[in-house]
Design a protein around this ligand. Structure first.
Ligand code: 13P
Length: 249
C-alpha cells in the first residue's frame, strides 16, 4: 500500500473543497491502480468537519495537521485536542511537523500528542527530519534516531503510526535528497522502528519535502518508501493527480 498524503498547512476556505472533489473523482476513476494507494488530505482545523462529512465513504480520507498536547477538554484557550478532532470525523493526524517543532513543540509534548491521538483512535503521521546543519555535520541518523526514541515506544501500536521523513532543508525548497541517501535513510528509520516495536507490523515510512509531479518518478524505484507527504503540490488538484499518475505510469 502506498500513501499520498496532502498537507495543506495554512491554506483553504470552504470552497477549496472543489480541489479535493476533483482529486476524489480521479481516484475513483483510476481503477487500474486505486487499490494500491490511499489518499489522505489534512486541511486546516476550520475545514476538517465539513470536508470529513463530505468525503465520508468516498475515496479521500481526511486528517488534521496538529493538536494540543493535553487530553480531551481543558482550560486552554485556542487549543484543540485529539478527542475534539476525532469527534468531527478526522481519521488521521500529523504530529511533529518541523513547522510545529520550530514553534516550540518539545519531545515531551510530541509524546503526549502521539499517545493522546492514538487513545482517541486517530492514525498518527509522525514527522521527523534533520536540518541542513545536521546534514552537513553528518548527524542525520543520530538526529532521526533521537526524534524517534524520544517519542515512540513499544507500548504504542505501530499499526496506527506512519512515520514521515521530512528533511527540513528539503521542505518548500525544491531540493530533494539523492535517491541513494534517501534509500539508506529510509532503511535506517525502519531499522530503528523495528528495534523498538520488535515483531509488531512492518513500519510504514513516507518521504516528504518538495515532492512534485516532475520529481516523483525519481522515487518510483525506491521500494522501501511507502508513500509521500506532499505540501505545496497538494494545493492544486492537477499537480496532486499528476503526482499519482506519474508514480504509476
Ligand atoms: P512541500 O511539499 O511544500 O515541500 O512541503 C512538505 C511538507 O512539509 C509536508 O508536510
Amino acid at each position: 500500500m502506498r500513501y499520498f498524503i496532502g498537507n495543506w498547512k495554512m491554506f483553504g476556505v470552504p470552497k477549496s473543497i472543489s480541489i479535493l472533489d476533483k482529486i476524489n473523482k480521479f481516484v475513483k476513476s483510476d481503477k487500474k491502480f486505486n487499490k494500491k494507494y490511499k489518499v489522505v488530505i489534512t486541511p486546516p482545523h476550520t475545514l476538517v468537519q465539513s470536508y470529513a462529512k463530505f468525503f465520508l465513504n468516498k475515496k479521500i480520507l481526511i486528517g488534521a495537521q496538529n493538536c494540543f498536547y493535553k487530553d480531551n477538554f481543558g482550560a486552554n484557550t485556542g487549543a484543540i485536542s485529539p478527542l475534539m478532532i476525532k469527534s468531527i470525523g478526522a481519521q488521521y493526524i500529523i504530529v511533529g511537523h518541523s513547522d510545529n517543532r520550530s514553534e516550540g513543540d518539545t519531545d515531551v509534548m510530541l509524546k503526549a500528542k502521539v499517545e493522546s491521538s492514538l487513545n482517541n483512535k486517530l492514525k498518527v503521521v509522525f514527522c521527523i527530519g534533520e536540518n541542513k546543519e545536521h546534514k552537513i555535520k553528518n548527524k542525520t541518523f543520530e538526529v532521526l534516531e533521537n526524534q524517534i526514541q524520544s517519542t515512540l515506544n513499544e507500548k504504542l501500536n505501530l499499526k496506527n503510526i506512519i512515520v514521515a521523513y521530512e528533511p527540513i532543508w528539503s521542505i518548500g525548497t525544491g531540493q530533494i535528497p539523492e535517491p541513494d541517501d534517501l534509500l539508506k535513510t529510509t532503511i535506517f528509520i525502519k531499522k530503528v522502528l523495528k528495534k523498538i516495536f520488535k515483531k509488531q507490523k512492518s513500519p510504514i515510512v513516507l518521504y516528504g519535502g518538495s515532492v512534485d509531479s516532475k520529481n516523483i518518478s525519481q522515487f518510483k524505484k525506491l521500494n522501501e518508501i511507502d508513500g509521500f507527504l506532499i505540501g505545496g503540490a497538494s494545493k492544486s488538484d492537477q499537480n496532486f493527480i499528476d503526482i499519482i499518475k506519474n508514480y504509476y505510469r
